[in-house]
Write a protein that binds this ligand. Structure first.
Ligand code: MG
Length: 178
């Protein structure tokens, strides 16, 4: 049973994978953080499921719709494929308690620092939680990881591939090729 489970790398999106322009949703505004495609490929090759967990309160705020979030993710996936990298699953939280769109004005258990998205992924996917970790650029990302009982790492900026290589080394995972 446990041999079929894989570790997962939960990645925050804005500020970790793509440059955070503030409520980024247009495909043409996608700019990868330095080293991000290589970092994701490194995780793929090390046997990790790569799972994006992203708060998208721009939906609740009426800046864009869930369909725009999906379009952005499809574009990201296509751009990553050019580097041989792949995200296995995307979880996004469109809710915010002070949103202007009534359907999304909700203090939802998915919204980080709450762990809902991580917990759903742990149910949906064959993940070994004990070997999994999260990388995020905000304290609320790490808080969500802690609440889900997985390791959390704060990305301080710079080259994401260098950072991921360090996290894998710490986790005792194979580093894979640079
Ligand atoms: Mg972020």
């Amino acid at each position: 049973m446990s041999e079929t489970l894989r570790p997962a790398a939960f990645l925050d999106r804005d500020g970790v994978i793509n440059v955070d322009h503030g409520y980024t949703y247009k495909p043409e505004d996608l700019a990868f953080i330095e080293g991000a495609p290589n970092a994701i490929r490194r995780l793929n090759e090390a046997g990790y499921l790569v799972v994006v967990v992203t708060n998208q309160s721009g939906v609740a705020r009426g800046y864009y719709g869930e369909v725009d979030v999906e379009r952005f993710h499809a574009h990201m996936q296509a751009e990553l494929a050019k580097s041989g990298a792949k995200i296995d699953a995307f979880y996004s939280c469109p809710y915010h308690p002070e949103g202007v769109v009534a359907a999304y004005r909700l203090d939802h258990p998915d919204r980080k620092p709450k762990p809902g998205m991580i917990l759903r992924a742990l149910r949906d996917l064959p993940i070994d939680a004990g070997r999994s970790f999260l990388i995020g650029d905000l304290p609320t990302d790490v808080q969500a990881a802690t609440a889900a009982n997985i390791a959390g790492h704060r990305f301080p900026g710079g080259d994401l591939d260098d950072f991921v290589a360090g996290v894998l080394l710490q986790a005792g995972a194979p580093l894979g090729p640079k």
